[in-house]
Design a protein around this ligand. Structure first.
Ligand SMILES: NC(=O)c1ccc[n+]([C@@H]2O[C@H](COP(=O)([O-])OP(=O)(O)OC[C@H]3O[C@@H](n4cnc5c(N)ncnc54)[C@H](OP(=O)(O)O)[C@@H]3O)[C@@H](O)[C@H]2O)c1
Length: 314
């Protein structure tokens, strides 16, 4: 497992991290806690040292708390404040109890309310000063939100969706992340399982605990259709899941790609076989052209300019 700098912090993070939304049992169907514990243990054996969770991820924090007993120092534990009524500080206390830890390594604001101003960030900085959290970040989705954070905050990290189907907002702001030495956590890089290439337009998600069961069938068919456009990557990487993960790993501004992992079999692949891979420059250019053709970007010139130099790993 290769490791990367986590922005300007002193953390060295595994380039593939454990996304723990699914093991809470409310994202991709019910979760088997014993299997989740075994998956986390296998991830650790394979060198994964970063886990991302949230209070709103069902049983996820409790399962991680159970897992961390006796191995706290081996893990960088990231969780989130999702706007709970008792407020950030009181919510963190509850989360520390659930996780069975004295501090979390990374505390992130999950969804920043539009009118929050600076007060939420100030509370985050106070928690950092208190030592209950080591580093602070935010989870975002649009370039405008990223701009606010770049201009008005002193955060250590941002979490963004970044996949073959979601090049923005990361690519539009990658230079600024690099210049600020901000850690970037890439999420949903498999497009919630779709980029693995195992679903068809007729796939039905029947488990009510699978959030994809609420997707209209047309949305499933549309995403499957988009995934097919990237099949050309499969032969060079051995599988679609490999290509999907090697894409964000091709950018040194990304500190870690967190992969939702539901089983030991997925852990073997996600933390054992996939780390270390990258797309070639030619593949990146072809991906960019395809994203442009699909309308995932505004202007072709902008995308090509943004790509130039970003993958230079010197
Ligand atoms: N707003 C936010 O802050 C936010 C939002 C979303 C996610 N996140 C974080 O990001 C993490 C990752 O994102 P994500 O959970 O959205 O999804 P993801 O990583 O794009 O996809 C995860 C799903 O892909 C499938 N999968 C994973 N590895 C596989 C493998 N090797 N082979 C076949 N299928 C595989 C599994 O579902 P199936 O087998 O059921 O298809 C898995 O649950 C989350 O766990 C969470 O920590 C944060």
């Amino acid at each position: 497992m290769p490791y990367r700098k986590f922005g300007r912090t002193d953390l060295e993070v595994s380039e593939v991290g454990f996304g723990a939304w699914g093991i809470g049992g409310q994202a991709y169907g019910s979760a088997d806690q014993q299997e989740s514990l075994r998956s986390l243990a296998r991830a650790e054996e394979l060198g994964c040292n970063f886990v991302d969770t949230a209070l709103v991820y069902g049983n996820s924090e409790l399962t991680i708390g159970e897992f961390l007993r006796g191995r706290r120092s081996k893990w960088i534990v990231a969780t989130k404040y999702s706007g709970q009524k008792p407020g950030m500080t009181a919510t963190l206390e509850d989360q520390l109890r659930r996780l069975g830890v004295d501090y979390v390594d990374l505390y992130q604001i999950h969804w920043v309310p539009k009118d929050s101003g600076q007060s939420l960030y100030e509370e985050l900085y106070r928690l950092k000063k208190s030592g209950k959290v080591r580093y602070v970040g935010v989870s975002l989705s649009t370039p405008a939100d990223v701009d606010y954070v770049l201009d008005h905050t002193m955060l250590d990290s941002v979490m963004l969706p970044f996949s073959l189907l979601d090049p923005l907002p990361f690519l539009a702001r990658a230079r600024q992340f690099g210049a600020r030495d901000l850690a970037v956590v890439a999420r949903s890089s498999l497009k919630e399982g779709f980029l693995v290439g195992k679903y068809t337009p007729d796939t039905k998600f029947s488990d009510p605990n699978d959030q994809r069961s609420k997707w209209p069938q047309e949305r499933i068919a549309a995403v499957v259709d988009q995934v097919e456009k990237f099949r050309f990557l499969e032969s060079g990487h051995g599988s679609m899941v490999a290509a999907a993960v090697h894409y964000p790993l091709s950018f040194p501004q990304i500190s870690t790609v967190i992969m939702g992992t539901m089983s030991v079999i997925q852990a073997e692949e996600n933390f054992g076989r996939l780390p270390g891979g990258r797309l070639s420059e030619a593949e990146l250019q072809r991906v960019a052209a395809m994203q442009d053709e699909m309308g995932l970007w505004g202007m072709r010139e902008r995308i090509l300019r943004a790509l130039r130099g970003l993958t230079n790993r010197s």
